[in-house]
Design a protein around this ligand. Structure first.
Ligand SMILES: [Cu+2]
Length: 170
């Protein structure tokens, strides 16, 4: 009788372990993808996205042109050193496109622009905003965006559908 009870106890304990492992796997967030694509009107398909702290953000360059990701403070125009990527051009169908991966541990809004195709310009107010570089042609808007690091489920749910896909058909 005593042995049976102990066996039952350890069985329950091992079930708990399995359940917890399952729950952990479920909460590990998938990366959020940002596609840099000059065919999209904003040049960056998902120019506003939300992620949780620690969740991977993966920039994918789908163009045959190099892009950079430079973080900046809109109030001062200063560069944020931590956000600093350079993604080579995609080399064609069947080849892996260039990527830049970054994670954020702290809540907040992180602004960035591509220094090849945009530059920071001080607006008549006080904020610095990215503007189209005068020497790049065929651009409808500056190449820039914002990453919102949040735990707000409603904000997280507003991500564009494409942000969950690694590769998009060109
Ligand atoms: Cu660019």
């Amino acid at each position: 009788m005593g042995i049976n009870r102990r066996t039952a106890g350890s069985l329950i304990a091992s079930m708990c372990v399995i359940t917890m492992a399952g729950a952990q796997a479920k909460t590990a967030p998938r990366p959020v993808y940002i596609h840099m694509n000059m065919k999209s009107p904003s040049m960056i398909l998902e120019s506003t996205i939300a992620v949780r702290p620690g969740q991977k953000v993966v920039f994918i360059n789908q163009d045959n042109d190099i892009h950079t990701i430079v973080g900046y403070n809109p109030k001062t125009g200063a560069t944020i050193q931590r956000i600093n990527g350079s993604i080579p051009a995609s080399t064609g169908m069947g080849k892996a496109p260039g990527r830049y991966i970054i994670k954020f541990n702290h809540l907040g809004r992180y602004y960035y622009y591509c220094s090849v195709h945009a530059y920071l310009k001080k607006k008549s107010g006080k904020l610095y905003i990215p503007a189209i570089r005068p020497d790049v042609k065929g651009f409808g808007s500056p190449m820039a965006g914002v990453i919102i690091v949040t735990r707000n489920k409603r904000v997280l749910a507003e991500n564009p559908k494409t942000s969950s896909q690694k590769f998009l058909p060109e």
